[in-house]
Design a protein around this ligand. Structure first.
Ligand code: NAD
Ligand code: LMR
Length: 320
């Protein structure tokens, strides 16, 4: 029987020779972002020194014979990479090593996102969806969005789905319940140690001390823990969260998810900062869940992380 396919979508992945991409590209090519009815053209962007390695990744993708995978382009050129792209995963940038905070990467990585924001502004599809994974992800997304004045800021997001998934993973382990059963979980703020994993509205009954003194610091420091134990920063879990984020953005959600999006001023978060919120996706847009009453504990926890986002914005003024 003849299968019926939708139109082919163009997807760009930067940092294509890196660790995250080595997992992410296979999930995209398998149709896990747009769906099993949507063929994909993949464009892999790398720095010139890593283009050969990215060619090797492209060879392996071909050798995987994915039914949905059409063209593969490998390039170091920004116009080629982003021309007419509909979904961009901005992964390419340096990861931190032991002892560093993610914000220590601002100097090394910030400029990548001003150049890519400009190129997306100039060449991408007008409805492009952009997910920044490279750290510090929130402020890199802020930089990219500010360099794309012809696009809507809501088209630029940063990845905090990994933090959200980490909460679900910890709850599943603690309570012996499958992760899909938890609802109304959210992570506010920055993808950093200051983030605020929030169980206030979740359908879970957990000990308050465990929540405040164990779960919150465990999730907020999980990236550093992975680097310590694994020897490299998270890769497959990051790729998985990137697929979840983009899939839900495209297909919509019933329950809450965490996405870092450009703030409209909700909940006292300065307009323009890219911040993690409780969100739902509807009609191809992330919307902040409105009308939540915040306790003093929530307000203080959110404010501490927003303060860090402000200082990161201050540090990259020259790139905005
Ligand atoms: P990696 O070092 O394995 O790969 C990064 C790749 O990016 C390299 O191949 C490098 O050549 C390429 N690159 C560098 N500059 C580039 C540019 N200007 N254009 C295109 N490609 C470029 O790193 P990784 O483990 O894949 O991690 C990538 C980034 O993702 C890091 O910044 C890491 O901290 C971040 N990360 C974020 C999250 C999150 O939850 N937001 C989770 C995990 C990792
Ligand atoms: C993570 O949360 O695993 C990533 O942001 C990598 C890191 O540097 O912690």
């Amino acid at each position: 029987m003849q299968e019926s396919f939708k139109a082919t979508v163009k997807i760009t992945v930067t940092g294509a020779a890196g660790n995250i991409a080595y997992s992410l590209l296979w999930r995209i090519a398998a149709g896990e972002v747009y769906g099993k009815d949507t063929p994909v053209d993949l464009t892999l962007l790398e720095i010139p020194a890593a283009v050969k390695a990215a060619e090797g990744v492209a060879m392996e993708l071909r050798d995987s014979a994915f039914p949905l995978l059409r063209d593969i382009t490998v390039t170091a050129d920004l116009e080629t990479a982003f021309s007419k792209t509909q979904a961009a995963f901005l992964v390419g940038s340096r990861p931190r090593s032991k002892g560093m905070e993610r914000a220590d990467l601002l100097t090394a990585n910030g400029a990548i996102f001003s150049a890519q924001g400009k190129a997306i502004n100039d060449f991408a599809d007008r409805d492009v969806k952009v997910l920044v994974v490279g750290n510090p992800a929130n402020t890199n997304a802020l930089i990219a969005a500010n360099n794309a004045p012809d696009l809507d800021p809501s088209q630029f997001t940063a990845m905090m789905r990994l933090d959200h998934n980490r909460v679900l993973g910890q709850l599943a382990e603690k309570l012996g319940t499958p992760s899909a059963e938890f609802e109304k979980v959210a992570v506010w703020g920055n993808h950093s140690a200051s983030q605020f994993p929030d169980l206030t509205y979740a359908n879970v009954d957990v000990d308050h001390d465990w929540y405040v003194n164990e779960l919150i610091p465990k999730v907020a420091n999980r990236g550093a823990e992975i680097i310590e134990v694994r020897g490299h920063s998270s890769a497959a879990s990051a790729a998985s969260a990137a697929v979840d984020h983009m899939h839900d953005w495209i297909h919509g959600t019933e329950d809450w998810r965490t996405a870092a999006i450009v703030s409209d001023g909700s909940y006292g978060v300065d307009e323009g900062l890219v911040c993690g919120f409780p969100t739902v996706a509807r009609d191809g847009r992330w919307e902040i869940v409105q009308g939540l009453e915040l306790s003093e504990f929530q307000k203080e926890s959110i404010a501490a992380s927003v303060e860090e986002l402000r200082s990161e914005r201050e540090a990259v003024q020259h790139l905005l």
